[in-house]
Each structure stands twice: as C-alpha cells, then as structure tokens.
Design a protein. Structure first.
Length: 158
C-alpha cells in the first residue's frame, strides 16, 4: 500500500465557471487557473502522484504548456490513473475536503463523487468528498479563493 497527500488552492475570478470534482457548480464566480482550475481534482491528482512517487501536477501538466490551457481536469486525472495502472498501481480509495465559504457543496456531493469515481476507476463508496468553511478566517474566509486537500491510497495490482 502507498499513501499520498495533495493540496491545491485557486483564487476566485470573474468570468469563469466553478468546477469542482468535474461538476459545474452554480456560483457568481469561478476559479482562476491555467486549466479549468478544478481545485478538488488537482488536489487528488497530487495525492495520487505523491503516492505513486511520480512527482506533482506541475511537473506532469505544466502551466507553461498551451496544451493544458482550459484543460478538463478530470481528463488529467484519468491520465494519472492510467500512468499508475501502467506502473502496476491502482486506486484503493481517495478522501478529500474542499475548504470554501460558498457555495454549499452538499447539493453536488453525490454527482461529484460519481464523476471522480468514474475517473479513478473505483466505486463511488471509495471516494470521500467533504466540505468545510474557513470560519471567516484567511483567504477562504474572505471569499478570495478555495482550497482542497486529498489523501489517496494505492495498492499494487495483482
């Protein structure tokens, strides 16, 4: 078994969609970033890459590459899962927390779990998605952005 931790942050910005775990969430602002800025998928990608000893998201999908401009982060996640499979590793489970003041994640949780599970090639019950606020503190509390943290467990195929 191998464990990895991922963390990501993106600022809110006008004129963008808010995408979390591959699901578009209704909000007056989206997240800024080179790709679709799916902070949740990015944290999971880093957790998987860390567990697999494969570097980090910036190494694999650099923001200097136009190929990844506005990229669908679930497609990037599927690429990582494929690399893990080629290395003889598979996802056992992922647990993640999104930290934001608004909007509420609860109405979208099941759709997010289903989208992530499909990309990870696991059952939805192997994907934990939680949300919390910053209790009014820091950049999250000031509604300047969103953070996400994820833990991934990999096992050897066989």
């Amino acid at each position: 078994m191998r464990v990895g931790i991922g963390y990501d942050v993106h600022p809110f910005t006008d004129g963008r969609r808010l995408v979390l775990g591959g699901v578009e969430v209704e909000h007056d602002r989206g997240l800024g970033g080179h790709s679709d800025a799916d902070v949740l998928a990015h944290a999971i990608i880093d957790a998987l890459l860390g567990a697999g000893g494969m570097g980090d998201i910036g190494e694999l999908f650099p923001d200097t590459e136009q190929l990844y401009r506005d990229a669908d982060s679930l497609e990037l996640l599927q690429t990582v899962v494929g690399r893990l499979a080629n290395a003889g590793l598979r996802v056992a489970n992922v647990d993640a927390t999104v930290v934001m003041e608004a909007p509420r994640l609860a109405p979208h949780r099941q759709a997010i779990r289903a989208r992530l599970a499909a990309a990870l090639r696991v059952a939805p019950e192997s994907v934990g998605v939680k949300a919390t606020t910053g209790e009014g503190l820091g950049f999250v509390g000031r509604r300047e952005g969103v953070a996400a943290i994820a833990v991934a467990l990999l096992t050897s195929e066989g």
